[in-house]
Design a protein around this ligand. Structure first.
Ligand code: UDP
Ligand code: MG
Length: 312
């Protein structure tokens, strides 16, 4: 059986269509399936639509978060609820072509344990948004050591890989990169990002920047090493300038140099502040992880057996 995991946040307009399209494709391909919708604390009628779908079709399950926890948490929740021998994660808005699931499934049957969906085109995006996304992906590729340029969350994972992911203790997960990091026998399929038909993208450029900083820090401590390098550079400069000023002092040639002093002061104190900020950011992340709060809180479930599943 394949578990199809669908994170949904304010997607009332597409739930019914998505259920129909994916079920249709999988039924036609004669693949046993379950659809797991994870309602990420939607404010619209998404949950009602999911419950309705689960009553109509007993292959549909739903998990409802107590508030919005983000797509990463929704993916993890879907993975832990899944029972399939493999799982595929797909966007609710049908921007990931569902017919590719069959192709991914066939590859899985051939023995691949991770099948990555790679974007062959990015679809319609604004200029700034596209630029921000490309910059982020080139940085994240550099820090993770995997080529993430065309990576997406559209992936099929074998049960073994799913178990590894759901047993990871880190709370700040970055699904796209973690699924490469875990290794396993991997292959990829290309897909074209479809246009979003109904509803709108949940990402603004600022949320993308926050997402970028969070995920870069989750995979790399290079920003802190940069501080050390900056320290060494400023130390070398200070020895040079210090030597010169000392020499001038000894020769009774010390110039006034008040402006220089102010500039150096401003420059070095701003570097110190930025450095403290970077270190502080990492400490905040340690603090968050150490509190060990749950990744998400499930308030309701629907479909199949209605277990008492509350906090995961
Ligand atoms: N999503 C989610 N939680 C959020 C934001 C988005 O579960 O906080 C889901 C959303 O419902 C969709 C998928 O993540 O299924 C991708 O979101 P979206 O289409 O807004 O992003 P884009 O396609 O622009 O990357
Ligand atoms: Mg989308």
């Amino acid at each position: 059986m394949i578990s199809v995991i669908i994170p949904a946040y304010n997607e009332e307009s597409v739930i019914e269509k998505t259920t129909g399209v994916i079920s249709g494709i999988l039924k036609e391909a004669k693949i046993l399936y379950e659809l797991i919708f994870v309602d990420d604390g939607s404010k619209d009628k998404t949950w009602e639509k999911i419950t309705l779908a689960s009553k109509k079709d007993n292959y549909v399950k739903g998990v409802h978060f107590s508030r919005n926890f983000g797509k990463e948490a929704a993916i993890m929740a879907g993975l832990s609820e899944s029972k399939g021998d493999c799982c595929v994660v797909i966007d609710c808005d049908l921007q990931h072509p569902p017919e590719k699931i069959v192709e991914m499934y066939n590859l899985w049957e051939q023995g691949y344990e991770v099948v990555e969906g790679q974007k062959s085109s990015r679809g319609k995006e604004g200029k700034i948004h596209g630029f921000a996304a490309r910059t982020f992906y080139s940085i994240i590729s550099a820090v993770t050591g995997f080529n993430m340029e065309n990576a997406s969350d559209f992936k099929l994972l074998d049960r073994k890989a799913v178990n590894v992911l759901i047993n990871m203790r880190e709370k700040n997960t970055f699904f796209r990169a973690l699924s490469s990091w875990i290794g396993f026998k991997t292959t990829s399929v290309q897909f074209d990002v479809q246009d979003r038909e109904i509803g709108e993208s949940k990402w603004s450029t600022t949320s993308l920047i926050k997402y970028a900083i969070r995920n870069i820090s989750a995979f790399s401590t290079v920003p802190m090493q940069v501080i050390t390098i900056l320290g060494v550079v400023t130390f070398i400069i200070s020895i040079l300038i210090g030597g010169i000023s000392l020499l001038q002092k000894l020769q009774h040639q010390a110039l006034e140099g008040f402006t220089t002093i102010i500039l150096i002061q401003l420059f070095s104190s701003s570097i110190i502040m930025i450095s403290l900020g970077i270190i502080g950011y990492y400490i905040a992340k340690i603090y968050e992880e150490i509190k060990d709060r749950p990744r998400y809180i499930v308030s309701k479930t629907c479909g199949e057996e209605q277990n008492e599943k509350f906090i995961k």
